[in-house]
Design a protein around this ligand. Structure first.
Ligand SMILES: O=C(CO)[C@@H](O)[C@H](O)[C@H](O)[C@H](O)COP(=O)(O)O
Ligand SMILES: [Zn+2]
Length: 197
C-alpha cells in the first residue's frame, strides 16, 4: 500500500472536484446569495438541515449567520434543525427519524423563509420530507446535493435552487459543500457590508 500516493490523490481529486463545481455552480451560487439576502432583508429566516457530515455543515453555516463570518455585522436569522438533541430524540422516538426535520419546519417555517437542505446523495428521507413540508409552506429551497441529485433533484421546483456537486464520492461532495456554504456567507456579507476583505 502506497499511503503517500493515496494521501496525495485526495488533494488532486479534491482540486478536480472544485474545478468541475466552479464551472457548474458559480451562477446558481450567486443566485442563492441574492435569494438569501432578500429573504433576510424581508425579515425571513434561514432553516438548515442535514445528516452526519451535512448536519455539521448545516450548523456551521447557521453559526456564521447568527454569529459572524469574517467581519462584524448584525446577527442574521437562522436555525439549524439538527442541533437540538431533545427535539431530535423526542420526535425521532415518538414519530420516527424521517420526521425529525419536517416537524420542526411545521412548527417554525413560514412563507418567505428559506430551507437550506443538505444531502450528498439527495436521498435522505428526513431531508426529502423537510423539502415537502417547506414547499407546503411556500418556502423556497436551496438544496446542496451531489451525484445525480437523487430524489431531492426530482422534488425541486423552478423557484428552488439546486447546487448539485458533479462528483460521486460523498467526501468530495462534502468538501465542495463547505466551500459553497462559505461562499454564501461571503456573498451575503458583500451585499450587506460592501466589497470583501
Ligand atoms: O460525513 C460522512 C461521510 O463523509 C457521513 O457522516 C455522512 O454524512 C452520513 O453517512 C450521512 O447519513 C449521509 O447522508 P446524505 O449525505 O446521503 O444525505
Ligand atoms: Zn465525513
Amino acid at each position: 500500500m502506497d499511503l503517500t500516493a493515496l494521501m496525495n490523490s485526495h488533494f488532486n481529486d479534491s482540486v478536480l472536484a472544485m474545478q468541475r463545481s466552479a464551472e457548474a455552480l458559480t451562477e446558481p451560487l450567486a443566485a442563492a446569495v441574492e435569494l438569501l439576502f432578500a429573504t433576510l432583508a424581508n425579515n425571513g429566516k434561514i432553516l438548515a438541515c442535514g445528516n452526519g457530515g451535512s448536519a455539521a455543515d448545516a450548523q456551521h453555516f447557521i453559526a456564521e449567520l447568527v454569529g459572524r463570518f469574517e467581519r462584524d455585522r448584525l446577527p442574521l436569522a437562522g436555525i439549524a434543525l439538527n442541533t437540538d438533541t431533545s427535539i431530535l430524540t423526542a420526535v425521532g422516538n415518538d414519530y420516527g427519524f424521517d420526521q425529525i426535520f419536517e416537524r420542526q419546519i411545521s412548527a417554525l417555517g413560514q412563507t418567505g423563509d428559506i430551507l437550506v437542505a443538505i444531502s450528498t446523495s439527495g436521498n435522505s428521507q428526513n431531508v426529502i420530507n423537510a423539502i415537502r413540508v417547506a414547499h407546503e409552506r411556500d418556502m423556497v429551497v436551496i438544496a446542496l446535493t451531489g451525484k445525480d441529485g437523487g430524489q431531492i433533484g426530482q422534488l425541486l421546483t423552478d423557484t428552488d435552487i439546486h447546487l448539485c456537486v458533479p462528483d460521486d464520492r460523498t467526501m468530495r461532495i462534502q468538501e465542495v459543500h463547505i466551500v459553497l456554504l462559505h461562499a454564501l456567507c461571503d456573498g451575503i456579507d458583500a451585499l450587506l457590508l460592501g466589497e470583501p476583505l
